[in-house]
Ligand binder design. Structure first.
Ligand code: SF4
Ligand code: F3S
Length: 334
């Protein structure tokens, strides 16, 4: 029943006015990283309430192709679930192999109904890369290749959200020598409206925030040059890193178990790619806001950037030259 407005749907679900206001507050907060000043929020809770009184529900098709399923796992296990429940379960997540009760031809039929009944009004979320090698035989569902399924679903979608590095940039399946000919969503659909929610896995709250913006305002949030939502990818990890003080004073861990590592020194010389990586890990964090790779003692791998695996993977030795600050690679925005 994606024809009714969000407000009508919530009323039918038995939500009180108080519940609705609470939802609006959560939606408004979900559209920005924690700590973002109110003047940078795209809408106040009151404006969100006004918007969802007339906005139709957003039908969503979630496709899972060539990856480890880590993004879906992160999403279903995260604290974003409470908002995601509001957004998806109470709204219109029409097709998702992982969560849908139906399977087989019934589920495929339901996806077809969404495509034909809501042209230009539904969103497609894609997890995983799309193999182009061997005529797409490396990843097929119901006898159809991933490329065929994605082109079909995306043809009349309002937006395609590439969720995770594999969908956004090809990820690990695309790393050299790329045996399956893996492509990103944008490679396969150069003319489609694509949003890259990048990461390995991507932070679930970033997907939730992107969907919240789309659902509430009926338009995409601002994107950067790699089609990532600016609100979440506007700063480098380095800029917000708790170890930044050690970088500035030239204190670097030389190995993973030396005294510097124990003191929490900067991990640049152990391969940290925080200066050239744009993501919101340092403030949103993982595990209910508990930690993120650098806080846990591991350098950033650059997992929200293109070609991160070929550019270093788990470890790439790098030295800080004499003039430390100027030495930060281009794009680092220290
Ligand atoms: Fe943090 Fe890495 Fe920058 Fe060091 S190089 S301050 S560990 S982001
Ligand atoms: Fe990925 Fe670096 Fe964050 S490895 S999870 S972008 S700290």
């Amino acid at each position: 029943m994606a024809d009714e407005t969000i407000y009508e749907h919530l009323q039918r679900q038995g939500l009180s006015r108080q519940d609705l206001l609470e939802l609006c507050e959560r939606l408004a907060a979900a559209m920005v990283p924690p700590g973002a000043p109110p003047e940078t929020w795209p809408g106040t809770p009151h404006e969100v309430a006004q918007a969802i009184e007339c906005r139709p529900r957003l039908p969503v098709i979630y496709l899972d192709f060539q990856d480890c399923a880590g993004n879906g796992e992160a999403f279903t296990m995260s604290r974003a679930r409470t908002v995601a429940d509001m957004l998806l379960n109470r709204m219109a997540l029409g097709y998702y192999e992982l969560l849908s009760a139906a399977s087989g031809w019934r589920l495929e039929q339901y996806k077809r109904e969404i495509i034909e009944r809501y042209p230009g009004q539904y969103a497609v979320i894609v997890e995983g890369s799309i193999p182009a090698g061997a005529d797409g035989a490396y990843c097929t569902i119901g006898g159809r290749s991933a490329a065929d399924l994605l082109k079909d679903a995306a043809r009349s979608a309002a937006v395609v959200i590439a969720y995770g590095n594999c969908a956004a940039f090809g990820g690990i399946p695309r790393a050299a020598p790329n045996p399956t000919g893996a492509l990103s969503v944008s490679d396969l659909l150069p003319d489609a409206t694509v949003v890259n929610v990048a990461g390995c896995p991507a932070i679930p709250e970033v997907l939730t925030g992107t969907l919240a913006h789309l659902i509430v305002f009926g338009e995409l949030p601002g994107l950067d040059h790699l089609k990532r939502p600016e609100a979440f990818y506007g700063h480098s990890i380095h800029k917000q890193c708790a170890r930044r003080g050690f970088f500035d004073t030239g204190q670097f861990a030389k190995s993973f178990d030396d005294e510097g590592a124990r003191q929490g020194y900067c991990l640049f010389e152990l391969g940290c790619r925080g200066p050239i990586t744009h993501n919101v890990c340092a403030t949103l964090k993982w595990g209910q806001g508990l930690s993120y790779p650098i806080q846990s003692g591991h350098p950033c791998l650059g997992c929200s950037e293109p070609q991160f695996w070929d550019d270093g993977g788990f470890y790439k030795e790098q030295k800080v030259p004499e003039r430390r600050r100027e030495a930060v690679p281009a794009g680092g925005a220290p």
